[in-house]
Design a protein around this ligand. Sequence first.
Ligand SMILES: [Zn+2]
Length: 145
Amino acid sequence: MKTDRATLSSEQLALVIRAAESAFPQECCGLLFGQRTAEGWQIVQAHAMRNASAKPELGFEFEAREQLRAYREAEAAGLEIVGHYHSHPNARAGPSPTDLQIARERYDRGLWLIVAIENGKFIDASLWQLHGEPGEFVRVELRQH
Ligand SMILES: [Zn+2]
């Protein structure tokens, strides 16, 4: 099974970018609903979540009950949680050292969609997945449709 490629509609990506821009200077976050196919990952829906972090300018956290509701919603739609998205209001494109640490600690092999924002404006979106042990982020090709 190939897992190095993913598709996402331009409408869903636009939703994520808008959320990231309007959350500035805080980070926005959400879950990615989708499925794995023979061709790779299909991200069907970007599901916005509240950033429950005490310092939302510096990081993000999901709230446990909201996360559980999202899992049920995905399941009801016949989808899986294939990963999550969050924004970097400091304009960093790609995973931060903290992201790497969290992904390793949680053994998170889901997709990481990271949206870089500079001065409230979108500059970059990239998709990543942890490979190996203890794990390094490898870029996943993101195709829009
Ligand atoms: Zn990050």
